[in-house]
Design a protein around this ligand. Structure first.
Ligand SMILES: [Zn+2]
Length: 270
């Protein structure tokens, strides 16, 4: 399996609910926003043999020759696509919107899947995201923030669940190391304070907090020094510890077993 690396700026908005107008309510499992694209995902945890049917569009599960109908998730994706493009129009932004239907269960058999749609088992899904991550950035910093705020504001129950958990991606498939904020290549440590990108040669004097921040977003909402050492590929417990202390995180537990969580706005509101 190839490694997946998300751009440094990615926003994952889970359970996005909004009302487009009186009769249209939109509900999106997970929306991924980067400067290059929006990905709308629908995750269907249904096991057994599933068959796509047309006219009318249905997804049916076959159990003992009996058909159990479900609303077609592809129709839902299309409705959501429409909803999201209306939001983009409202804020006057143009960004490619992609869709994916993901089946997390290994025990699902799919029949008659339309060829022109993005339908994945969870194992293939990281490769698809990796392909999208190669798209060129379209939004400026300012536009990205604007859209993030717009989407977060309409989402009433905004909870942070790491991306790997939501999309059932194995964190071991993500690229490890301390990574460059510009090109996501691995940074090499030149001296105590200086790191240099192995690809674009950018100098970074404080890359660790940013890379730890990414772990919260992508991998775990509660992390330990050991987690950071593992994912950032840093041997020094002290280096990690030092960065964690400076990050204004919530700390629980003692010494080596300390666990850190992000002190989020929503947790202080509770
Ligand atoms: Zn670089």
């Amino acid at each position: 399996m190839e490694e997946v690396r998300f751009p440094q700026q990615v926003n994952i908005i889970p359970d996005l609910h909004f009302r487009l107008h009186d009769k249209r309510h939109i509900q999106i499992d997970t929306l991924i926003l980067t400067k290059s694209y929006i990905l709308i995902t629908e995750i269907k945890n249904i096991t057994g043999t599933l068959r796509f049917k047309e006219f009318p569009n249905k997804l049916v599960r076959i159990v003992d020759q009996e058909e159990e109908p479900f609303d077609c998730p592809l129709i839902q994706l299309d409705r959501n696509y429409d909803g999201v493009s209306k939001i983009l129009t409202k804020v006057n932004l143009n960004l490619p919107i992609h869709q994916a239907l993901v089946f997390p269960s290994q025990n699902t058999l799919i029949e008659n899947a339309p060829r022109n749609r993005n339908i994945f088992f969870v194992k293939q899904f990281p490769l698809f995201i990796q392909k999208l991550n190669k798209l060129p950035p379209v939004l400026t910093e300012k536009q990205f923030t604007l859209l993030t705020n717009k989407l977060s504001n309409i989402n009433n129950n905004f909870t942070q669940k790491p991306l790997c958990e939501r999309l059932k991606i194995n964190p071991e498939h993500l690229k490890k190391g301390v990574l460059c904020k510009h090109c996501d290549a691995t940074l090499l440590r030149k001296s105590l304070r200086t790191w240099i990108c192995s690809a674009c040669k950018t100098i970074d004097t404080n890359p660790i907090p940013r890379n730890i921040h990414d772990l919260f977003l992508l991998i775990k909402s509660i992390i330990t020094v050991k987690d950071c050492m593992h994912y950032l590929q840093i041997n020094s417990r002290y280096t990690i510890y030092n960065s964690l202390q400076k990050m204004q995180l919530e700390k629980n537990g003692h010494k080596k077993s300390s666990q850190y969580t992000k002190a989020t706005k929503s947790s202080t509101l509770k």
